[in-house]
Design a protein around this ligand. Structure first.
Ligand code: MG
Length: 248
């Protein structure tokens, strides 16, 4: 069942989402060659504590970190570690909080110093795919319009869409119905209604779509070792159009 949120509930989700955006911005400013993902994880946790928010991922299904930090060929759910980031890497950071009973969830993929044109292209197209997906989150549309918006843009640019992980409803739970694949034909699935709150999150690969999970049981990497990018926002479907709740 898809839980619709009242205007007041969406206001509270905007508070949680705003914190997610602020903390991601703090992390963005810190990402540079030589910095470790363990440092970024500690900063994110401290910023949650300072705001009396709880990290959404730490402990979720046993996940051991505040942020999912996934460099280069890692797709999602990477573990923070003490290995310094290197010039030319890309780093996906997925981060969420729970605040006053509601979740916010967002992700960005950031360049570490100078990155080559292929990685710049991947980041740009993945972010554009998210923006096109958000634009499809309108009252009266269908859920798979969002999915189709991601796939059509990413594939037109020569990239491929990860199938194994999907976006999701969000609210009092981190993962609510519906699941939101990043692929498929438009015009299918539930009708979009005002009050739906959705975490839309394209995961786009530079090479083939295949992924596998490493022995840690969490880290998803591309099968071909090529780079992958991930952008995510928490979005409310409203009568006035889609509203991004994870803005600073
Ligand atoms: Mg999510």
């Amino acid at each position: 069942m898809i839980v619709l949120k009242s205007r007041e509930e969406i206001d509270r989700m905007r508070d949680a989402g705003g914190m997610v955006a602020e903390i991601l911005e703090i992390l963005r400013e810190r990402v540079a060659p030589g910095v470790t993902t363990a440092e970024l994880d500690r900063i994110a946790e401290a910023e949650c504590i300072r705001r009396k928010a709880k990290p959404a991922f730490k402990g979720y299904g046993g996940f051991p970190f505040t942020i999912c930090s996934s460099p280069n060929e890692q797709v999602v759910h990477g573990f923070a570690n003490e290995q310094p980031l290197r010039e030319g890497d890309i780093l996906s950071i997925d981060f969420g909080v729970i605040y006053k009973g509601f979740y916010g969830d967002a992700a960005v993929t950031l360049p570490v110093g100078y990155i080559d044109r292929d990685k710049q292209h991947l980041l740009r197209v993945t972010e554009e795919s998210l923006q096109k997906a958000i634009a499809a989150a309108v009252v009266g549309g269908r859920l798979s319009d969002i999915s189709h918006a991601v796939q059509s843009h990413a594939e037109k640019e020569g990239f491929s869409v990860v199938r194994e992980f999907v976006g999701h409803g969000i609210g009092r739970q981190l993962h609510e119905a519906p699941q939101i694949p990043n692929f498929g034909p438009a015009g299918q699935g539930p009708r979009l209604k005002a009050g739906m709150t959705l975490a839309i999150e394209p995961m786009i690969n530079a090479g083939g779509p295949g992924v596998k999970i490493l022995k840690d049981g969490w880290t998803a990497v591309t099968l071909d070792g090529k780079a992958s990018a991930h952008f995510e926002h928490t979005v409310a479907v409203t009568e006035a159009g889609p509203e991004i709740l994870t803005l600073g």
